[in-house]
Unconditional design. Structure first.
Length: 214
């Protein structure tokens, strides 16, 4: 078994690409490997309002990008290169993610954490859903070991939100400054827009070190 620690922000398109690439590499190149994937929250827009931030405005004010398509083209192209479709123009808002991260964190005990994280990210990017809406989260969590009432309670709990904010601060404190950030085993790390080949190489190197070359 290989532990993989994955630091992501749900509304980050590169995290969408990275999570799907990780799954593809594990499925196609390490089919016999049992991967224990632990998700950790990173908050890129911790103060986003419940109504969300309009992404074209966000790109203009924060990054000086006046044409959203220019910002969308590279992650969309990288997604196509890995065989999956990503149309970033579908999702027009960046929503707060504390509630979604809280449910993903709780899913660890139900052994559905990675599957739920993928489902929430896909709901945001592919289905253009508001993943700060507790009913949306409850519907997604219902397929991953939660009752609707359990999911709503977690999503609405300010204590859980503070817990996520603290964990995100801890992530920054240990040097996670951009996402996605992967840690394979105890210390083999990858950061940012990693290719399938890079992910596969580090997994192979980590497994080689763990087994002593056997």
């Amino acid at each position: 078994m290989l532990r993989i620690d994955l630091y992501t922000e749900i509304t980050c398109p590169w995290c969408f690409v990275g999570q799907h690439r990780l799954d593809k590499v594990l499925r196609e190149r390490f089919a016999e490997l049992t991967a224990d994937i632990h998700h950790h929250p990173v908050l890129l827009l911790p103060d986003a309002p419940v109504t969300g931030l309009y992404i074209p405005d966000l790109l203009r004010t924060r990054y000086g990008v006046t044409d959203p398509k220019s910002a969308f083209s590279r992650p969309e192209s990288e997604a196509r290169a890995s065989g999956f479709h990503l149309d970033l123009s579908r999702q027009r808002y960046a929503y707060p993610t504390q509630a979604a991260h809280a449910i993903i964190l709780a899913a660890r005990e139900r052994r559905t954490q990675h599957q739920l994280a993928i489902a929430i990210t896909d709901a945001y990017f592919i289905d253009a859903k508001n993943i700060s809406d507790v009913d949306v989260l409850a519907d997604l969590a219902a397929d991953h070991g939660f009752s609707a009432d359990e999911a709503r309670a977690i999503a609405l709990d300010p204590i859980q939100h503070k817990r996520i904010e603290q964990q995100a601060a801890n992530s920054n404190a240990v040097g996670v400054n951009s996402v996605p950030h992967f840690v394979f085993g105890s210390n083999s790390a990858l950061n940012g827009a990693c290719s399938e080949g890079e992910i596969a190489h580090v997994i192979g190197k980590t497994l080689h070190a763990v087994t002593g070359g056997r």
